[in-house]
Design a protein around this ligand. Structure first.
Ligand code: NAP
Length: 301
């Protein structure tokens, strides 16, 4: 594969392992993180430090960003010291953050005016998928640009072309509906079982072997019944995604009643101060409604 200098901006829970996989894949890397200390592990592996988003872009043939929300992506690309202030025409830009499709299209248009092709490429698969390079990658933009970027995506997971600019973010919004509702379904099942006196480990074992089985349950279930809510995926980010879902639904006159309920329940998590916990901590909201705690009995013995 052709070695390209890749600039990577945003080394959080997802960005750090994704950048590590690009480095292991043989690409020279220039990294930037707003909080500089988070760059250290990548620098120790041989990446170079960028001074700003602008500096990273000026030194790279491809720029990838993995930051939190729509305003952050606007700041990273359109800000005074942003990517577009530094990128040479022809530099390939890829935003892998989960943001509003409207913002994705707006930033890609500004990039195109500077002669830089841009893809929206949000991911699913969590921190485990990021470490194992098994992320589902949902890509919007020109198909020809997607084909050029494919070998880079394949170092992080499985890319799927979804359609024109913004289409990757639309598919990601669909994904976040299903993930939130699976999480709530698991929480309600475990709460009913616990309140009625059945060991949550038994409930989980039986459901995981039948039609109700899901990846959410397989990956998060065992941790939930241990009361382990270390992120993973911070609940404040899933709340942000459910806001994107409802905004997008309104724009397309689409009625999503269960997503609206999920949005309210995830909102309650934020009000309780649980925004930094993993999104599976939604079970704490469901537990509080019935005044019960779900813990494996074996764990308590
Ligand atoms: P995270 O651990 O909170 O990391 C966020 C990163 O973005 C940090 O490096 C942060 O810098 C940087 N950042 C935020 N705002 C910025 C700004 N205005 N300018 C420059 N840098 C900024 O979050 P994460 O879990 O890696 O998630 C990143 C994105 O992936 C989000 O859009 C999320 O929804 C999505 N996602 C996450 C998961 C998951 O399981 N975690 C799965 C799929 C998709 P600092 O270090 O300075 O704060």
């Amino acid at each position: 594969m052709e070695r390209k200098v890749i600039g990577f901006i945003g080394l959080g829970i997802m960005g750090a392992p994704m950048a590590t996989n690009l480095l292991r894949g043989g690409h020279p890397l220039v990294v930037y993180n707003r909080t500089p200390a988070k760059m250290q592990p990548l620098l120790a592996l041989g990446a170079e430090a960028g001074q700003s988003c602008q500096d990273v872009a000026a030194r790279s043939e491809v720029v990838i960003s993995m930051v939190s929300d729509s305003p952050d992506v606007e700041q990273v690309y359109l800000g005074a010291e942003g990517v577009l202030a530094g990128a040479k025409p022809g530099t390939l830009l890829i935003d892998m953050s989960t943001i509003s499709p409207v913002t994705a299209v707006k930033v890609a248009k500004a990039a195109s005016e500077k002669g830089c092709p841009m893809l929206d490429a949000p991911v699913s698969g969590g921190d485990v998928g990021a470490r194992n390079a098994t992320l589902a990658i949902m890509v919007g933009g020109d198909r020809e640009v997607f084909e050029r970027a494919k070998p880079i995506f394949e170092l992080m997971g499985k890319p799927v072309y979804c359609g024109p600019s913004g289409a990757g973010q639309i598919v990601k919004a669909c994904n976040q509906i299903a993930t939130a509702l699976h999480m709530i379904a698991m929480a309600e099942a475990l709460v009913l079982g616990a309140k009625a006196g059945v060991d949550p480990a038994i409930v989980l074992k039986v459901l995981s072997g039948g039609f109700a089985q899901s990846r959410v349950m397989d990956v998060r279930g065992p941790r939930v019944i241990q009361g382990d809510f270390q992120p993973g995926f911070r609940s404040r980010l899933h709340y942000k995604d459910l806001n994107i879902v409802l905004e997008t639904a309104r724009a397309y006159q689409c009625s999503l009643p269960a997503s609206a309920l999920a949005h309210e329940l995830f909102g309650a998590m934020q009000a309780q101060g649980w925004g930094e916990l993993d999104h599976s901590a939604i079970i704490q909201v469901i537990e509080s409604l019935s005044n019960v705690k779900v813990r494996s009995r074996r764990n308590n013995e």
